[in-house]
Write a protein that binds this ligand. Structure first.
Ligand code: S3P
Length: 442
């Protein structure tokens, strides 16, 4: 594997139709729910990235059989709490917070001891945000501090909980919803707005759930111990992976792109709303609804003049994985952009807020920061020259890909370490598509 790449030229004048990788959140959820369904589920266009492959390995270690037939993954669910494994089985979540946190939810009733481990980055991330509510259900959970490795042992004496999710974390909300599936009675959740894929999948699976959407939060009630049937699902494209191409096109001269069949769930399209306010030309075409999730082709044109934004923090959760890219746009705005309450960004695969500021400053962009709030002083004619070396970023896939977009949009000589190893987490084809647009990568 090539461990570093060099980029020496900007990209301009591309006009292409592309497909990006399938949605990671939906792929992981579809596999985990298929493992709990009764019978054979068929999943098409599953994202074949490391996080999802680790999800498949995890359910296999828990006794769930699956086969890949042609392009379709067939997963043979054993129904609720249908896992089979020996005591002290080790589950490796790799780099994936979503897998690590959601699978704990599925283990609340499983009476064998399971040890959950992860890679270096995941082992630095807080797990108490899910272990605390899961302990309240009655599960036994041991760890050193708030981190992996975790030893978890479920129980037959579960009780439903009332849980207030106040970080806007879909992983926390979903872990509790999955735990509720195996718990007698009704679990009540009051959740700050976050991506709602689990709710939508519960709905199409006819899982007993009541959902009331309020302006700033959702009320969710899940009734446990009701089996549900296997299902078929075709995973749509990932807006978070599209975002790299949306921003590249907006920042490049004389270019346009169509990105086919992307999930445009309201709880994920913060980046589109923010970029449109920044004067980017983005359209949704060919809108459809598939199994409760909206999809569209995303059309983007180069933007002549990027405007600064005063970004309302109510958009934070729906753009949470895209802020590095939004900051790149702000670097070229004709004025000061303001972002508030971005503490959660430092809790991702790397401390992304810190690293983003470092990268912007390296690019000669002035950044003001107070706690989790930043202002970015854009330069309308931003054009880079000189050398840029991106390293020591905990192999965070989104940092690696953002650096590639910065290099291709603004110029300069960039050396970016560990790219291929990082991007396999979510978007293994990223460089291939970038090259298809005409970029030269050495
Ligand atoms: C995800 C939720 C978000 C997001 C992550 C995927 C999910 O994390 O950053 O990439 O699939 O539920 P949080 O729930 O921690 O905000």
């Amino acid at each position: 594997m090539q461990n570093k790449i060099l980029i020496k030229n900007k990209i301009t004048q591309f006009k292409k139709k592309i497909e990006v990788s399938s949605d990671k959140s939906l792929s992981i959820r579809a596999v985990l729910l298929a493992s709990q369904a009764v019978g054979k589920s068929k999943l098409s266009k599953l994202l074949e990235s490391e996080d999802v492959l680790n999800t498949l390995k995890a359910i296999k270690k828990l006794g769930i059989k699956y086969k890949k037939k042609g392009k379709i993954y067939e997963i043979h669910g054993n129904g609720l709490n249908g896992f089979k494994a020996k005591n002290n089985t080790i589950i490796d979540a790799g780099n994936s917070g979503t897998l690590g946190r959601l699978i704990l939810g599925l283990l609340v009733k499983f009476e064998k001891k399971i040890k959950l481990v992860g890679d270096e980055s995941l082992s630095k991330r807080d797990f108490s945000r899910v272990t605390e509510p899961l302990k309240n259900f009655g599960a036994n959970i041991k760890s050193k501090g708030n981190f992996l490795p975790i030893i978890m042992q479920g129980t037959n004496f579960l009780r439903p909980i009332k849980y207030a999710e106040n970080k806007g974390s879909a992983q926390c909300k979903s872990a509790v919803m999955l735990a509720a599936l195996n718990t007698p009675g009704t679990t009540f959740i009051k959740a700050k707005k976050s991506r709602d894929h689990t709710e939508r999948l519960f709905k199409i699976l006819n899982i007993s759930m009541k959902l009331i959407k309020k302006k700033n939060y959702d009320l969710i009630e899940v009734k446990g111990l009701k089996q549900f049937n296997s299902f078929e699902y075709i995973v749509p494209g990932d807006i978070s992976s599209s975002a790299f191409f949306i921003v590249l096109t907006a920042l490049s001269n004389n270019s346009q792109i169509t990105i086919k069949n992307i999930n445009i769930n309201e709880s994920r399209i913060g980046i589109i709303k923010i970029l449109k306010k920044m004067n980017c030309k983005i359209l949704f075409k060919n809108k459809k609804i598939y199994k409760g999730e909206p999809t569209a082709d995303i059309f983007v044109k180069s933007s002549k003049k990027i405007k600064p934004i005063n970004c309302s923090s109510y958009l934070n959760s729906s753009a949470i994985d895209e802020f590095l890219l939004i900051f790149l746009c702000a670097a070229k705005a004709n004025g000061v952009s303001r972002f508030r309450n971005l503490g959660e960004l430092n809790k991702k695969e790397s401390p992304r807020l810190d690293l983003a500021i470092k990268m912007l400053k390296m690019m000669g962009i002035k950044v003001w920061r107070k706690k989790d709030n930043i202002n970015i002083y854009g330069k309308q004619n931003l054009n880079l020259s000189g050398n840029f070396h991106i390293k020591n970023y905990q192999k965070d896939h989104r940092v690696a890909m953002t650096a590639v977009i910065a290099a291709l949009s603004y110029g300069g000589n960039w050396k970016i370490e560990d790219v291929e190893e990082s991007i396999k987490t979510s978007f293994p084809n990223f460089l291939k598509i970038i090259k298809k647009l005409g970029a030269k990568i050495y």
